[in-house]
Design a protein around this ligand. Structure first.
Ligand SMILES: [Zn+2]
Length: 83
């Protein structure tokens, strides 16, 4: 199965959430998400953010969220400094 590249998929997620992707792309992304829990979590997370941003602040988001997005996009390991 060709699930594509994770970081690439996550980048596409931005456009997916913005409704800028073609149906074909959506299918590809959705298929990747179903086979890739890390990306699925990132998608869920970003979908939440999109809603938050759309409701609260369209033009800017808290640095916290931005940092988390950056991590999600890079599939970076979560920093263990949350204790
Ligand atoms: Zn993935």
């Amino acid at each position: 199965m060709d699930h594509g590249d994770c970081s690439e998929t996550l980048h596409e997620l931005y456009h997916f959430l913005d409704g800028e992707l073609t149906d074909e792309k959506r299918v590809l992304i959705t298929e990747h998400l179903e086979g890739c829990p890390p990306c699925f979590e990132a998608f869920d997370f970003e979908a939440e953010i999109k809603q938050y941003v759309a409701q609260k602040c369209r033009d800017r988001m808290p640095d916290d969220l931005r940092a988390r997005i950056a991590q999600a996009i890079g599939h970076a390991e979560p920093d263990a400094s949350s204790t």
